[in-house]
Ligand binder design. Structure first.
Ligand SMILES: C[S@@+](CC[C@H](N)C(=O)[O-])C[C@H]1O[C@@H](n2cnc3c(N)ncnc32)[C@H](O)[C@@H]1O
Length: 347
């Protein structure tokens, strides 16, 4: 290995070895509101001013700001012998709460929940099952949703906020994988806060979307996320394993199947197939593993979280094919996209 190659390799080693520091610095800066303050102030500020406005120590804030400069979240300029800090475009777009593609809420749940949960990763690997009981300190054998939606967990709204953040980044990319304009009645199964539905009707304005989710989630979505003035979005309270599924031309299953084992996936897909209008279909949205399971890295990393929290997994194209075919769907097509891929099956 040449000296240049070794230097590059050592850089990669450093990035992975200390990746947990990077994540937590990003989360901490975001939770303190540094990126929001700098975005709202519209000017570069000294670390002393930022510390004062955010109520932190001067020394701690300066250290955090310098790390954020190294990570390219912030930029610096020198004026009157002072260092001033301002957001990079990256921070304005993704890290500030009001950024148009803000991931603030996703970082928040990663910080307060995902980060801590990772201490049980070795247990999950050793035992081959989720660690919800250890993570939440409960003895009952609840599924992931029963666990995080318990009022004691305080995680329902943070989880919904996090889910809500994704589709401003990837919604359009996924929804344009296929021409879906000939499906007038759409049911977003496990549609959560409705952010996928909102993106959907902005792209396909002649469609209506029914968000199907558990009663407590529908209630919160109605009150906090979806305007009652948009009559193209309606709601349906149901447990998709136990209750009847309303009739639709297209069922969306975005980030649903990866939470469940094969048997439950086929059970759900079969219910959708039975309820589906003739000529209709199902659109599965997931990060699909390469057939040889060599990547993409995003799917391999998400799969570790799924092991930790659910009975599900990320799957390859042929694994999705098996599930959709078993439920009766035909003409199954997969389109790879930036992060979330689209699989369309027809009735
Ligand atoms: C990972 S989230 C995905 C949310 C949304 N589809 C998205 O991609 O942003 C899974 C969703 O399924 C819902 N869900 C879980 N179990 C359910 C059940 N048995 N019946 C109905 N909805 C359920 C959850 O409440 C949650 O909104």
């Amino acid at each position: 290995m040449s000296a240049t190659e070794e230097a590059a390799t050592l850089k990669i080693l450093f990035q992975h070895q200390y990746g947990f520091l990077t994540s937590k610095i990003m989360f901490t800066a975001s939770e303190f509101g540094i990126f929001d303050l700098l975005m709202e102030s519209g000017e570069f500020l000294t670390s002393a001013t930022i510390a004062e406005r955010l109520g932190t120590s001067a020394i701690g804030m300066e250290r955090l700001l310098e790390a954020c400069v190294g990570l390219k979240f912030l930029q610096v300029e020198r004026k009157d012998n002072q260092t001033l800090y301002g957001n990079t475009d990256f921070a304005n777009l993704y890290l500030a709460k009001s950024g148009s593609k803000s991931q603030y809420h996703y970082m928040k749940i990663n910080s307060v929940f995902g980060y801590q949960s990772m201490q049980y990763l070795a247990d999950a690997v050793r035992e081959g099952k989720n660690q919800n009981d250890r993570i939440h300190g409960i003895s009952s054998n609840c599924d992931f949703y029963e666990t995080i939606y318990r009022s004691e967990s305080g995680l329902q709204r943070p989880f919904m906020d996090a889910m809500n953040a994704t589709w401003s980044l990837f919604g359009r990319d996924v929804m344009t994988a296929f021409d879906l304009s000939h499906f007038p009645f759409v049911c977003d199964v496990g549609g959560c806060s409705g952010s996928f539905a909102k993106e959907y009707i902005s792209l396909y304005p002649n469609s209506t979307v029914t968000i199907l989710d558990l009663p407590e989630i529908v209630e919160t979505a109605k009150n906090h996320y979806v305007s009652s003035e948009d009559h193209r979005i309606t709601f349906h309270e149901a447990d998709f394993f136990k209750d009847p599924i309303p009739e639709a031309d297209l069922y969306i299953l975005a980030r649903i199947l990866h939470c469940w084992g094969d048997e439950k996936c086929v059970q759900l897909l079969t219910k959708l197939h039975n309820a589906c209008k003739p000529g209709g279909g199902v659109l599965v949205v997931e990060t699909v593993l390469n057939e040889d399971r060599s990547g993409p890295l995003e799917a391999q990393l998400f799969a570790m979280q799924l092991l930790l929290h659910t009975e599900g997994k990320e799957r390859s194209p042929s694994e999705y094919n098996v599930l959709l075919s078993a439920a009766g769907f035909k003409e199954i097509q997969l389109k790879k996209r930036i992060r979330y891929d689209a699989i369309l099956g027809r009735k």
